[in-house]
Structure formats: structure tokens, C-alpha cells
Ligand binder design. Sequence first.
Ligand SMILES: [Zn+2]
Length: 345
Amino acid sequence: MNALKALVIGIALALSMAPGAAAGTRAADTINVVASLSDLGSIAQAVGGDKVSVTTIASGVQDPHFVDPKPSYVVKLRDADLFLVNGLELEIGWVPRLLDGARNPKVKAGAAGYVDCSKNVPVLEVPSVVSRADGDVHPFGNPHYTTDPLNRKIIAETIAEAFKQASPANADYFDARKKEFEKSIDEAMFGKDLVEDVGGNKLDRLTRSGELYTFLEGQKLASKLGGWMGKMKPLKGMKMVFFHKSFTYFIERFGLDVQNFVELKPGIQPGPAHLVSLVETIQRDKIKVVATHPFYDEKIGRLVAEKGGAKFVPVPLQVGGVEGATDSIKYFDVVVRLLTEAVGK
Ligand SMILES: [Zn+2]
């Protein structure tokens, strides 16, 4: 460690121990939670309410694959009771280094305080052979599972279990807030009326099994479908191009048809031949949207969109990724609005 880094850590530690600092004024039963990513931090806040103190490491505007492991993050982890991570190696480039620096046995990999939020999420694009060939950054399957609104309920359950274990006295409180969060996702996803009629759990199950539309037609409830599913319905089957395989779960959930990406492989920059062929595909298939995230090189995405005659649409990848996307509900509100406006639906 160089002298400057050591000094920065020293100062940060001194500040965190100063009277009146957040850690010093926490109530005795408050769980000190650190989340690697803003999506997880926002769900933790929703479930934990005022019984938790949540710190998020990477903000929503950062590429979660590549985060600079700053000394200030090490300091945050040193005091953590729980560490929430996305897992599936999304943070492989930076979380292990932070954990090494923090030397906090409570939250090291494998400890009870290390919470891998991918647990219980049905993972997509799991390869038959694990390989990082050519630098593929998704060797264990697609790690961007928070882009499916329904998966956020599974994450909330995992987080609630961890909170209950850390603070059994507040178990009922966490359960009640988790239920409230689940309800808010269901109502935003399907519309309040339909959730009242059918129930959130059943709608979730039907959506996951691909039977939702058949069921709604059969029950003459199709016109009651509201929320994000209702708004995205006209986009079903629509071809789009994405920059990275970051929206795989969203695409699957809302039935978009995305076969082409600006990147050659996840994490691998495209060459000219790939871009030329991509522009030809956009023209041939009359693709209307090239969607990207604000942290990717805007020039490449814009060029491909313009040459192909499509709209260039930067969508946030995480909560906090653009102004106004301050929690899970507002995040998907923004994404759905950007995509539906781009295609004029
Ligand atoms: Zn990725």
C-alpha cells in the first residue's frame, strides 16, 4: 500500500470513530449493512426500515463489473454486520480485494454475514462449461438478475432471512416490510386491480411459467392487465439491440426479442466487422431501438443506432442509474417509460 492510500484509510477510520459519526449514533439493535450494488442496497433499505443502516458501495451509475476498490469502501466493510453481494462473479474484480482489506471475519466469503443474493434466483444463460475464454465476464451464467422485477421479491426474501438471523427480536418487523415490498412490486408489475382479483403469488407463478396471457384470456381478465406488464405488452416480440447482455432477465420477463449486442461477447469490445454486420442487421430487421447504459461508450452505441436508423436509448442498469430512479419501483417506471416512448407505444 502506498503512503497516500494508508493516509486516506487512516483519516477515514479516524472520522468513522469520531463522536456523532453515523456508526456512533446507531441504536444498539441496528444492523450495519453494506451492499455491493445500489439495487441490493435499495431492497435492503425497503425491508430493513429503521432497524438497519445501509451503505452502498457502487452507485447506480457505475458498471458493476468494474468498480475501483477504494480505501473508503474497505472502511465501510470493516464495521459491517452483513455484506450483501450480487454473486455469480459479477463483482469478482473488486469485492474479494475489499474483503481482503477489511479483514472483517463476520462478512468474509462463507461467513453468516456474507449474503449472496443470487441464492434462490433462477439463473439464466448458465453455460454447460464454465469458461472465461476471450475474457467473457459471465462465466457462471448471467449475473444481472435484478433486471427482472419479480426476482427482486426473491432477493427481498433472502435479505429478510439474513436480517432475521442477525436480529431475531425484529423478525416480525422485517417480515411485514418484506410483504409490503412484495405487494408494491406485484401491483406495479401487474396493476392493482388484477393483483386484487388474482393475487400476486399466482400472477408471479403464471408469469414465470409462461401461462399468464393464456390464463388472462381464459378468465376474460386480459383488459385488466396493468402496470409494467400492461405497458410493455405492445412491445412483446419486438426486436431490439442491447449494448451488453445486461437486460437478459428483463428481456425474458417482458418477451422482447434481443439477439444482437454491440459487444462481441460480455465484456469484450467489438471490432469494425462486428459493428458493420450489426448495422446491416438493424437495417434488415428494421430494429427501432439500440439500448445501452449510461456508463458505456456512447459514441459506439450512437453510431450503430444512427447508421442503422434506430433510436439510441440509454437506460439505467441499477437503482440510482439516472435521476428519479431512486428505488425499485421508480427504477422500472423509468426503464419502461424510456423503452415504450422510444418505440412510440
Ligand atoms: Zn455483465
